[in-house]
Design a protein around this ligand. Structure first.
Ligand SMILES: [Zn+2]
Length: 367
């Protein structure tokens, strides 16, 4: 049977618990149900993928291998062994064997189905991302009150996707014929797409700030001492999160009420000792105050909270709001970021989530 089991490719190596790990092609021989998606760098079970029973979530069951992609190479062998004997898998396998006994040449057909599904997933992802980007640029709300498929108003995000499906046949096919396990429509997906956009924008801003700092070092010698201890690579990766948690905290701190100037923000931070608990944010503000060029963009980030936070959105989580805000305020940067970069980040995000066992179980009851 012709399967999705690429052998002559280089499997990407990922840093996991102190070692580089990757998918091993020898696993194909040990587990005859194992397939691998090069596009997602993830493993899945062919039987569970095709004969998935969503009503029965189980720890090593089909939800792990059909509903989601399996990416934790460190525990792969143990998990595969457990999966091999798990009830939902055995049932899926029997169903598959029954099905194959009915017809000849089904194997080839099955492979074709899984390849087509991968294509459909790509189309859904691209369409969903396109709609998300459009709404972010407009500063519009994504969601309505009733998102059931028969609702007359499912919220702008789902309405535009429905419109898109009406206009473009392959998009319609991708959503409707596609696997029901990964429809790219749920609120969590909407949030993750926004987060992927925001992370890309943030990384561009960080690069810009680093670049500016560098040119300042060359241009002026008098303030060199300030720049010496600025941001290193470690700081740059931590900064987005620290910035988010700072914004959350600042919103709950009365001293910041009505504060619109960055200079004032720095002052209040010192007064409330937040300059020590959010050292990187404080350093960023300090740096921004010294560099007039960068001020405009950072100041826009801080003042934008009031623009996007309308009544409709007060229900929204702070994290999502922050992500929307970052993209909305950095439209020029956001517009220039290509879909491929965001999609890649989104896939990485999904994988990271799946490495957390708790989230894995929660996610299986979701989309
Ligand atoms: Zn299985």
């Amino acid at each position: 049977m012709d399967r999705t089991q690429p052998r002559d490719i280089i499997f990407p190596r990922k840093w996991m618990s102190g070692e580089f790990r990757s998918f091993q092609k020898t696993w194909y021989d040990e587990f005859d149900w194992l397939d691998y998606s090069e596009y997602k760098d993830a493993a899945y079970c062919l039987y569970c993928y095709l004969f998935f029973n969503s009503a029965k979530p189980e720890k090593f069951g089909s939800s792990v291998f059909a509903h989601q992609d399996y990416v934790n190479w460190k525990k792969a062998k143990d998990t595969f062994n457990n999966h091999n004997v798990c009830k939902t898998h055995v049932e899926a396998r029997l169903k598959c064997e029954d099905f194959m006994n009915q017809k000849t040449n089904v194997g080839r057909k099955l492979v074709q189905i899984s390849k087509e599904e991968e294509k459909r997933y790509e189309i859904r992802l691209t369409a969903s991302l396109g709609v998300a980007r459009f709404l972010i640029m407009q500063g519009d709300a994504f969601r309505g009150h009733d998102e059931s498929s028969t609702s007359l108003n499912k919220g702008t995000y789902r309405e535009i996707i429905d419109w898109y499906k009406d206009k473009v046949e392959i998009v319609k096919e991708a959503y409707e014929k596609g696997s029901k396990n990964c429809q790219m429509l749920s609120p969590d997906i909407q949030k993750d797409l926004t987060k992927a956009c925001a992370e890309e924008v943030t990384s561009v801003i960080m690069d810009e700030i680093r670049g500016k700092k560098f040119s300042m070092l060359i241009d002026e010698s008098r303030d060199v001492s300030i720049y010496d201890e600025d941001f290193d690579i470690g700081d740059i990766t931590v900064l987005p999160n620290e910035l988010k948690s700072f914004v959350n905290r600042a919103r709950r701190t009365s001293e910041f009420l009505g504060c619109t100037e960055l200079g004032k923000v720095a002052e209040i931070m010192v007064k409330t000792n937040m300059n020590t608990s959010y050292q990187l944010v404080y350093r960023l503000i300090e740096l921004t105050l010294i560099l007039p060029v960068a001020t405009a963009s950072v100041e826009r980030i801080f003042s934008a909270m009031s623009i996007i936070k309308t009544d409709l959105r007060s229900k929204m989580g702070d994290e999502w709001l922050n992500d929307l805000m970052i993209c909305y305020n950095q439209k020029e940067i956001f517009r220039k970021i290509c879909n491929e970069k965001i999609k890649k980040r989104f896939e990485e995000m999904k994988k990271r989530r799946m490495l957390l066992p708790k989230k894995l179980m929660i996610a299986s009851s979701d989309e």
